[in-house]
Write a protein that binds this ligand. Structure first.
Ligand SMILES: Nc1ncnc2c1ncn2[C@@H]1O[C@H](COP(=O)(O)OP(=O)(O)OP(=O)(O)O)[C@@H](O)[C@H]1O
Length: 641
């Protein structure tokens, strides 16, 4: 209803809706008002030309053509709508199948791709021949012919929404595929699908008229516009209006559907509501640092409080010239209460590492590891349902973009409550109460009222806190926060980081913080893992960052602006370009950008070896740099690239 009122506010929308309303009113009332008259045979007025009594003449049985055109509106529209219903239903089934069936659904995608390549009218003729002459066969024919394009649209829209963060969060929360589809995906693709179906109804109307015109559609004594065109054609030289009038009716009704659909599409495309709520004040708390003992020595035998063990984690995707491995043997472990940061430039494999831990790498991606264990449970083996439950109750994810982290069509309270109901067996009321409680826990004021609002009614910082609140619906042992502050301004950033630290202090939750910003990581983490080209190249305590040994870590640190940075000069960056995972060079992947690189670096890849305070993978770890990396010879072009 809201959509309709937005559509009629535009001149095009208003005209289209009025036209469609007229067509539909004619379809409803014309057979009641003029049905018997339109069927009355008058042998005295056979093939009469237009006159005052018969404005566009009569047919071969003396029946009034204008009345017949008006009465035919109902059958023409009903049949077009029935064919559209077939197209939408079959299209939806084919459209959602790949998502629901996972890998097994690839056959459906292939089938739709092939079917979509056939011209619709050809398919309609093909099905019309199979189903036989008559309106039933024609309805199936037009409906099935329209289904592939609808299915393709459906698949594309679903794929777009399925990659959004809130769907990933729901899946990690243990929400099943079917529920995710109906709760999170379909409500978000519903509008474009309805708009497309409306436009499709115009096409079905035209196709039906075509089939009836060539004698495959409606059969006498029934008549639709196509049938009337066919009958009028025989007398076109005597009374051209007899064929033209039903043709014009098809055009008007087709336009009414198409324009309404187009107007709705335009209106929906333009209308993104952006209501920015005011940021509620939060009371930042000073974080306690985890004792150094808890930070050190994590790669020995797993300690009793080990939350996460990652050993030789690899993530691969098929590429044009063989598999691409953007994550190439990552190993680390985390203990209760630890905040570990992963830093590295874009493309270094940080997010894929996190996604692999959360079991969110989709086919055709392949995850392999010597060991990937969460709370002692092997994530690469064992029962899928048990794994999902474990991840759903004990792992929380916070994503970069707080706008995509929530389903825009559902209220915040309901979204927070969802996983809790699923995993903890809470009633709707209990889950809602917990959602409000969790919103309060992340310092959202008036939490009860806020729980009844939609994501767009929250500010960016509030949404990010709500995302953290969603993670706290259970009792997570690990929060993975992937660039949680990148989309936020600096003051909000600080509050989010302080919130994460306070959660760690209060609950002992371990936090894996992914960031490309080394200063963010340095501020809140106990330990920092520096990633380059899919590997950890340095692992060190955050408070020893200044003693970093790897030239890459040192270059990253040098690129952080401070109060002494000359603002008139371009900001420093690490010179050169990151490695393309499809073309990782032999030897040390950083060699091409490294001022210390020599022949050995270009041929032999250094292992991660223990050094005082951490581990480093470099043949020249800690050596003095011949060129000052904090003063790289930058050209603006390189910076902007
Ligand atoms: N589905 C995929 N298929 C092929 N390659 C992929 C896929 N997903 C990611 N990659 C590649 O893997 C590499 C690492 O990606 P990842 O998202 O982990 O990087 P990142 O360090 O998190 O960077 P950013 O900070 O930009 O997110 C990138 O080069 C990316 O192009």
């Amino acid at each position: 209803m809201r959509t309709l009122s937005r559509v009629v506010r535009t001149p095009l929308g208003l005209a289209a809706v009025i036209l469609l309303a007229l067509v539909l009113l004619t379809a409803v009332f014309a057979p009641i008002l003029w049905g018997p008259q339109a069927a009355a045979i008058d042998t005295d007025a056979i093939l009469a030309p237009p006159s005052a009594e018969h404005p566009i003449g009569t047919d071969g049985l003396g029946r009034d053509i204008l009345l017949r055109v008006l009465v035919a509106t109902r059958l023409s529209i009903v049949l077009a709508l029935m064919a559209t219903a077939v197209a939408v239903t079959v299209g939806l089934i084919l459209g959602v199948a790949p998502y629901l069936l996972g890998r097994a659904g690839r056959g459906v995608t292939w089938f739709v791709s092939v079917a979509v390549a056939f011209p619709g009218l050809l398919l309609a003729l093909f099905f019309a021949v199979i189903f036989g002459v008559g309106w039933v066969g024609a309805t199936w024919a037009i409906g099935l012919a329209g289904a592939p394009s609808f299915a393709r649209l459906c698949q594309t829209l679903i794929a777009g929404i399925a990659s959004r963060d809130f769907v990933a969060a729901a899946r990690v929360g243990g929400v099943g595929r079917t529920r995710v589809l109906f709760r999170h995906i379909l409500p978000n693709v519903g509008e474009p699908l309805i708009v497309n179906a409306t436009i499709g109804a115009g096409g079905a109307l035209l196709a039906f008229a075509g089939l009836s015109f060539i004698g495959l559609g409606v059969q006498p004594p029934e008549y639709d516009w196509g049938r009337l065109m066919m009958e009028g054609l025989s007398g076109i030289y005597i009374n051209p209006l007899a064929a033209l009038a039903p043709g014009i009716a098809v055009v008007i009704a087709g336009l009414a559907f198409n324009l309404t659909g187009e107007a709705a599409a335009r209106t929906l495309g333009l209308g993104t509501t952006a209501v920015v709520a005011k940021l509620a004040a939060i009371q930042p708390r000073r974080a306690k640092r985890v004792p150094a003992a808890a930070v050190q020595g994590t790669d020995a035998a797993p300690a009793a409080d080990t939350v996460l063990e990652v050993r030789d984690l690899r993530v691969a995707f098929p590429g044009a010239d063989g598999p691409i491995e953007p994550v190439r043997g990552v190993s680390f472990s985390m203990r209760r209460g630890q905040i570990v940061g992963i830093v590295g430039e874009s493309g270094s494999g940080k997010s894929l590492t996190a996604l692999a831990i959360a079991q969110l790498i989709e086919h055709p991606g392949v995850v392999d590891a010597e060991r990937l264990a969460f709370l002692g449970e092997d994530l690469l083996a064992g029962d899928t349902a048990a794994r999902r439950k474990l991840l759903g109750t004990s792992l929380a994810l916070v994503f970069q973009d707080p706008m995509t982290s929530f389903n825009p069509t559902r209220k915040m309270g309901a979204q927070l409550a969802e996983a809790s109901r699923h995993h903890h067996g809470l009633t709707k009321k209990q889950a809602h109460a917990r959602a409000v409680d969790r919103l309060e826990a992340v310092h959202i004021s008036e939490a009860a009222r806020r729980a009844g609002q939609y994501p767009h009614e929250f500010s960016g910082g509030m949404r990010q806190r709500a995302m953290i609140g969603a993670g706290l619906m259970g009792t997570p042992s690990l929060i993975i926060a992937d660039e949680p502050t990148t989309a936020l301004d600096v003051t909000v950033q600080k509050r989010i980081l302080e919130l994460l630290m306070s959660i760690r202090d209060e609950t002992g939750t371990a936090i894996l913080l992914i960031s490309h910003d080394v200063s963010v990581v340095a501020e809140v983490c106990d330990r920092v893992l520096v990633m380059y080209a899919g590997r950890i190249v340095e692992d060190l305590a955050a408070d020893r960052l200044a003693e970093a040994r790897h030239p890459y870590t040192r270059a990253l640190l040098a690129a952080v602006p401070d109060m002494s940075t000359d603002v008139r000069r371009p900001l420093a960056t690490v010179p050169g370009r990151p490695v393309d995972p499809a073309h990782v060079p032999a030897g040390c992947a950083f060699a091409a950008r490294c001022p210390l690189a020599d022949a050995r670096c270009r041929t032999a890849d250094p292992e991660l070896v223990a050094v005082p305070g951490g581990e480093v993978a470099c043949w020249h770890a800690g050596e003095a740099l011949p060129v000052a990396v904090d003063e790289p010879a930058l050209d603006l072009e390189e910076v902007l690239r």
